[in-house]
Write a protein that binds this ligand. Structure first.
Ligand code: XIL
Length: 312
């Protein structure tokens, strides 16, 4: 069977995976390089990873992933610049005036985006800005800078790499609901103001059997605003142990997500949040759940893998 990336390329779509830089060897590297045409660092580009102490940078894992991608003819999606989580202690524990905080964020974005200028296809500039009811999350960024931190971050990112597509990324915004409507209204207003915004990322951390019925409709409404849509962090978790019946349902769910993206021209493609169950965040974050990715812990393709292939 042809690799997923060949099938995706024939349709002009991205099939990507999150990766852990330190694991890019052996079978893990073979599959990542063979099956996917885009990589997203799962953690390596987060602020706490790249600047653990103020002014002391650690780019080793991020560089390794970008180098691997270039060697394998793959795109890279940068993840992520401005997020309420996984920030360094020096930043979260500091006491900053708004002006100081603004300068620090600008420097962070300028430094990180600038380092990879011309090499990344896209950046998740702002991650998870909304609460479930569509109000703004009271993050470090919101609390210091107000809601316009989003426009500022996008503007700084554009200045640092004019060729990277700039995204706002969030979860529970895959179907039509209060949170996705808040994101929709934000993107609409950013575009009206001339703020650089190229796309929205729908994370898509789903539960077995619970793919939103309005997924394609929601993708389409963002596309109609004039932005791209990417499925950025797809996984479909189930209560463990997995059974044949659950794996069959999971395959149907993966296919439904793929089909929704393939059906909309401005949906650029789908990235899975880890391609193997041995490299998935789910068991650590959702007690009793697992088996969320297209390959099992021993790198054997699951029914979900074949469902992805069939949809491409
Ligand atoms: C997760 C990583 O996969 C884990 O390894 C880490 O411990 C926590 O973060 N939404 C996001 C991702 O945007 O950055 C998160 O990644 C998963 C949820």
């Amino acid at each position: 069977d042809p690799p997923l990336r060949d099938l995706a390329a024939a349709k002009g779509k991205i099939i990507g995976t999150a990766v852990t830089g330190g694991k890019l060897t052996g079978t893990y590297a073979d599959i990542a390089g063979r099956e996917f045409n885009s990589l997203t660092p799962g953690n390596a580009m987060k602020w706490e990873s790249v600047e653990p102490s103020r002014g002391t940078y650690n780019w080793a894992e991020a560089d390794r992933i970008v180098d691997f991608a270039e060697a394998h003819g793959q795109q890279v999606r940068g993840h992520t610049l401005v997020w309420h989580s996984q920030n360094p202690g020096w930043l979260t524990g500091g006491s900053w005036t708004p002006a100081q905080f603004s300068a620090i964020v600008q420097d962070h974005i300028t430094t990180e985006v600038g380092r990879y200028k011309g090499r990344l296809a896209a950046w998740d500039v702002v991650n998870e800005p909304f609460n479930e009811d569509g109000t703004y999350r009271q993050s470090l960024f919101y609390n210091h800078l107000g809601p316009d931190y989003i426009a500022q971050a996008l503007t700084w990112a554009r200045a640092a790499d004019p060729d990277a597509k700039l995204y706002i990324n969030d979860y529970n915004v895959e179907g039509v609901n209060a949170k996705s409507t808040a994101l929709y209204n934000l993107v609409k207003s950013l575009k009206e103001r001339g703020v650089p915004i190229d796309g929205v990322g729908l994370q898509a951390h789903f539960i077995l059997g619970q793919i939103p019925s309005t997924l394609q409709q929601n993708i389409q409404r963002f596309a109609d605003l004039g932005v791209d849509v990417a499925i950025t962090e797809l996984d479909i978790r189930m209560q463990v142990p997995a059974t044949d019946a659950k794996l069959a349902q999971q395959a149907a769910d993966y296919k439904a997500v793929m089909n929704a993206c393939v059906a909309v021209a401005r949906c650029t493609g789908v990235t899975v949040w880890g391609f193997t169950d041995s490299d998935s965040w789910i068991p650590d974050f959702f007690e009793g759940y697992g088996a969320a990715t297209p390959y099992d812990e021993n790198f054997a393709p699951k029914p979900a893998y074949y469902a992805i292939a069939q949809s491409l």
